[in-house]
Design a protein around this ligand. Sequence first.
Ligand code: GRG
Length: 351
Amino acid sequence: MHFNGEQQRQSIICFLVCSLKGFTMGELEVEKHAQYILSVEKRKDDFESVVMEHLRMNGAYWGLTTLDLLGKLETVDKDEIVSWVMSCQHESGGFGGNVGHDPHILYTLSAVQVLALLDKLDVLDIDKLANYIASLQNEDGSFSGDMWGEVDTRFSYIAICCLSLLHRIDKINVEKAVNYVVSCKNLDGGFGSIPGGESHAGQIFCCVGALAITGSLHHVDKDLLGWWLCERQVKSGGLNGRPEKLPDVCYSWWVLSSLIMIDRVHWINKEKVARFILDCQDKENGGISDRPDDAVDVFHTYFGVAVSDNDFSDSCTPLEGIHCMAMVDPKPPVLFYIVMELDFHFLNIRD
Ligand code: GRG
């Protein structure tokens, strides 16, 4: 199938409708959420902007991807953004969270995602960047986040995701990277941040994502993990990140996307998830919060919209939708209208 840009945007809207099956389109405040994202960028001195100062690169990724999902990316000045992103790059090849901040793998992925989203990956010295990421791999296959050495399966995922996007996965020892991730698997089927670390939905997303990108999902006990992930859904319909914790919109993303990767998303009550997310909207001023009646922020707006856009209806799998849009897009095969880390299947097909 072939779509042009406008048809892609129409499919997104269509996805939004399908995803929130049973609810009317009007219930997702598309315009208000877009306005909210744009307003955060304009306000430089308020609380939210100040506390996000050190992770502005992540904020740029969340905000711009949300705008793209909502079909509003044309409202931003792309050249200005590219120039700012590049001003955050260090001699090492890594990116900082803001101008003059130290490089870290977390911000490096966001920078790559933003450039990919804007179809500007060509401004990068890809080998330099890939070498920076490869330099963070440790002897046991794990990855450090930066020169200070903290190890976490989030960084394994980021390294693998980033290098896949840049078509430089050969820069690392993939076998060791996979073995390290597998060593973080627990008896409950989940994964932690390090070997023996408690299973957590965010880490599970990272580990399952890393295994999916590298074609290593056979290491996952899909039924056992699927069961654990489905138990994250609480009475309100929202999902928590681990047992006995509160639900949070962001876990809708971490849990659902993990379930999609292991083909178990039909085990979740999707209507209740959709209702929970809709209940977290600020219907007056836009934005989505972690749970109903809390203050909204860009992070939760991004995850709320990403999940809403992700078709988990019975008739069409989200991955089909992603492939469909991704394959026709002249942009690199990366991000599209769902966050790009779910695009591993497509990457594997292309590679
Ligand atoms: C590009 C989307 C994207 C991801 C990059 C950084 C990363 C890879 C993934 C992070 C996965 C993760 C660990 C998410 C959890 C984030 C979170 C809300 C942590 C809160 O932890 P606690 O212990 O919360 O404060 P709970 O809910 O367990 O009480």
